[in-house]
Design a protein around this ligand. Structure first.
Ligand SMILES: Cc1ncc(COP(=O)(O)O)c(C=O)c1O
Length: 505
């Protein structure tokens, strides 16, 4: 048969590959039918103006993939594949039985994404890589002053220490050395003395929450969630089918009385998600009285409290507070708190390492869930972090960062007072801690407009809107200051004031 192929000699794709692709498509579309004889390699090479071995190579590839068969002495023939198939693929996804798709997936919606939405409600993707000159993105630690060389040396040392067995799958719950190091660190810094056996290494908070949600949330279960709260955590519970029950936050964090009100009207959350050391995003610190009330409420109602302690290490001018989980362990009776920790703020987010400290009888289910999810976190990184903690460098790094962030925070507060008094006010709940400040803008404009005006002068701000289920009456933004040098903070606030104030005049 005649074969028409057009080759693009300027394309990056090699000619051999273009021939393979062209013939494959012709076979799949049925233009070349099963049993048809392809031209000889010599003839096709001459027709296309390419070297004969290029065509031979392409035929070899097609034969290896099962599209054609060479018959000795007789030439190359199109194999009896199931084609033509391309014309049957008008709908982008094969239709699937209604038991899977659900009656609400109309034929026109039979796309992979329509199917996927049945499992997880997708918010618009968050752009995690703003590229504006002054980057107040929340949640970023100061990677500019991270001890990269020290880290590299420790990593090398950890690699040299690996025997051949260490390249195999490792323990699902985490490298024993890292679990020990985390447990000892938590005992020193957060009064949490639960030991390595209850400490399970994860790929960060997000995975820790996901494992818990998979195990503990049944569709329709109520999960009490701070309002405003951490949207990435809220999505995990929503994805597991939970009904999110917003619970207000005041200057002392989650309002525990509101939980009682809920139970009073027959809503019994099985899980309460809280950030008691530094409420996200308001920055409130939950005082002891309310902590005790929360633990009592959970014990009385058979609920589990998930404590997300994402940046509790960073308190300025004061020691880190005791973890809620530590208070829970100190009380008589079975524990009701899962502690969720992360290395994203204290080291860097791309590391993807965190940990859970679990009540005893949750360890085995979580480890089993982790084993079927992704087995375990990379062993070399785990060992590097273990060495960092054991060497004392981890806590030295934290001390350095505490000083640096306190100075950066001061520069931000000074800048706000100097440039934006009467226009931008920080949340009254904010304590001197963490890596960001929640700021409300007293102007009659939309939050997106604040973000847009800032961007126009080269300043990236994160809108706080996604933290709220019921948006606040005034535009609210998060200003992440930890990764921005003081001078740039001052300059950023000056530019922000220009963009907000001048435009209003
Ligand atoms: C409330 C809260 N928890 C946890 C994290 C960290 O998540 P991960 O450990 O998955 O990086 C963040 C990061 O911004 C956060 O804001």
């Amino acid at each position: 048969v005649d074969v028409y192929l057009s080759l693009d000699r300027r394309a990056a794709r090699p000619l051999r590959q273009q021939i393979v692709d062209g013939l494959r498509l012709a076979i799949l579309e049925g233009r070349l039918r099963a049993g048809a004889r392809l031209p000889s390699t010599r003839a096709l090479a001459a027709q296309l103006g390419v070297a004969r071995f290029t065509v031979e190579d392409a035929f070899d590839q097609l034969a290896a993939d099962g599209y054609v068969e060479g018959r000795r002495g007789a030439g190359t023939f199109v194999a009896a594949v199931a084609g033509p198939v391309a014309s049957d693929r008008r709908s982008p996804v094969p239709s699937y039985p209604d038991s899977v798709a659900g009656a609400d997936a109309r034929p026109a919606e039979r796309t992979w994404s329509a199917w996927a939405k049945r499992l997880i409600a997708l918010d618009p993707p968050v752009d995690l890589t703003p590229s504006l000159p002054i980057d107040f993105r929340q949640g970023m630690p100061a990677v500019d002053v991270f001890p990269h060389e020290r880290w590299a040396r420790l990593r090398n040392r950890a690699r040299r220490g690996l025997d051949s067995d260490s390249f195999h799958y490792g323990p699902v719950a985490g490298e024993p050395g890292l679990r020990e190091a985390i447990a000892a660190y938590l005992a020193r810094s957060r009064a949490l003395r639960s030991g390595a056996a209850r400490t399970v290494v994860t790929s960060g908070t997000q995975q820790g929450l996901d494992l818990l949600a998979r195990l503990l949330v049944r569709p329709g279960d109520a999960v009490a969630f701070e309002e405003p709260g951490y949207p990435a955590a809220r999505r995990v519970f929503q994805a597991a089918g939970a009904e999110i029950v917003p619970v207000p936050v005041d200057k002392d964090g989650l309002v525990v009385d509101a939980l009682d009100t809920l139970t009073g009207v027959g809503i019994s959350p099985r899980i309460v998600y809280v950030t008691p050391s530094h409420q996200y995003p308001t920055g409130a610190l939950m005082p002891l009285g309310r902590r005790l009330a929360l633990l009592q409420w959970a014990s009385r109602n058979g609920a589990l409290v998930i404590e997300d302690d994402y940046d509790g290490e960073f308190r300025y001018g004061a020691r880190p507070v005791e973890a809620l989980a530590a208070l829970d362990s100190a009380l008589p009776g079975p524990g009701v708190v899962v502690y969720v920790g992360t290395f994203s703020k204290v080291l860097f987010p791309a590391l993807r390492l965190g940990y859970l400290v679990l009540p005893n009888d949750l360890v085995a289910p979580v480890v089993a869930a982790r084993a079927v999810t992704d087995r375990h976190s990379p062993r070399l990184d785990q060992r590097t972090v273990a060495e960092l903690i054991e060497s004392g460098d981890f806590e030295r790094h934290l001390n350095r960062m505490r000083k640096l962030y306190a100075a950066r925070r001061r520069a931000l507060l000074d800048g706000l007072a100097r440039e934006l008094t009467g226009i931008a006010r920080r949340d009254p709940a904010t304590t001197a801690a963490g890596l960001h400040l929640l700021v409300t803008v007293d102007l009659p404009i939309a939050e997106e407009e604040v973000v847009r005006r800032a961007a126009a002068v080269g300043v990236h701000l994160d809108p706080a809107g996604p933290c709220y289920l019921s948006p606040p009456p005034r535009p609210t933004v998060m200003i992440g200051y930890a990764s921005v040098p003081e001078q740039a903070i001052t300059e950023g606030i000056r530019r922000l004031a220009g963009a907000l104030v001048r435009t209003e005049d």
